[in-house]
Write a protein that binds this ligand. Sequence first.
Ligand SMILES: NC(=O)c1ccc[n+]([C@@H]2O[C@H](COP(=O)([O-])OP(=O)(O)OC[C@H]3O[C@@H](n4cnc5c(N)ncnc54)[C@H](O)[C@@H]3O)[C@@H](O)[C@H]2O)c1
Length: 276
Amino acid sequence: MPPRRMARRGGGEETIWEGDEMLKYEGVDTEYSLAGKTAIITGAAAGIGFATAEFFRDKGANLVLADINPEVGKIAQGLGGSAIGVAGNVCDRAYPAQVIEAGVGAFGQIDILVNSAGIVALEAAEKISESDWNNTIDINLSASFFMAQAVGSYMIENKIGGSIVNMASQAGVIALDKHVAYCASKGGIIAMTKVLAKEWGAYGIRVNAVSPTVVLTALGHKAWDGPVGDAFKQEMPSGRFAEPEEIAACIAFLCSKAAGMITGHNLLIDGGFTIK
Ligand SMILES: NC(=O)c1ccc[n+]([C@@H]2O[C@H](COP(=O)([O-])OP(=O)(O)OC[C@H]3O[C@@H](n4cnc5c(N)ncnc54)[C@H](O)[C@@H]3O)[C@@H](O)[C@H]2O)c1
C-alpha cells in the first residue's frame, strides 16, 4: 500500500481524515497492516521499543531505530527486515533532525513516530536529587516533545498524514511510591499528547499515548522485582505483569488504519490495575 498524503483541513485540496478510509473496508489484513509505512522508534535497542520494532517489521514497516546504545545499527541489521539504526541521545536537540534525515534518506518518508526511550529514578519525594529529577523529565518528557515537534513539523511541511505514539505509563494516572519524577514525566506525556492531537488533527496527524502497567523489561525489573512487585501483582485483575510484545501490539494498532478515528487517547494497558 503506497504511503498516503493528506491535505490540510481547510486547504486547497480535499481533506482526507484517516477514519474516512474505514468506510472502504478492505479486510482485516489491510486495516491492521503497516506495509509501506516508515516508523521512527526511539529506545528501540531494548525492551518495549525493541519489541515494537519486531512487531512493526512483521507488519511490513520500514524501521528507523533510534537509541543511545551504540550497537543500535547492528541491532537494526539483526532484525532482518528493512531497518536502519541511528545512535544518539534523545536529549541532544540536534538528534531528531538527524534521525529524520537518515530515515528519509533510506526509505523516502516518515509516517510514524513511537517515542519509547525512557528511564526511571526510584527515590522518595523528599530525597530525590535535582539531577535525577532533571534527567527523568529531560529524557521521558522533554525529549519526547522535541522528537514529536521535529517529526510533526516534517509531516506538516510534507503533507503527510501520520501517527505518533508517546509512551506514558499507569504512573501518569496514579501515584506510585518512589516514582515522583517518573509520575510527573508520564502525566506530562498524557497532557502533551492531547494538545498535539488537538493542534495537529487539522493536518491529518493522529497523536496517542499508551500507558502500560509493569512490563517485563530491564526497566520493569529494576522498579518492581521483589516483595513490592509481588504485592502489586496480587492487586491486578490480570494477576501478572505485561510482556513487551503486548505493548507493541497496542502501539501497532494505534498506528494502523484500523485506529483511524482515534486521536488524543491514552490507552491504559494495565491488566485492569487502575480500575479500582
Ligand atoms: N517496563 C515498564 O514496566 C514500563 C511501564 C510503563 C511504561 N514504560 C515506559 O516504556 C518505555 C520503554 O521502557 P522499557 O521498559 O522498554 O525500558 P528499557 O530500559 O528496557 O529500554 C529503554 C531503551 O531506551 C534507551 N534509552 C534510554 N535513555 C536514552 C536516551 N537518553 N537516548 C536514547 N535512548 C535512550 C535505552 O538504551 C534502551 O534501549 C519508557 O518510556 C518507560 O518509561 C515502561
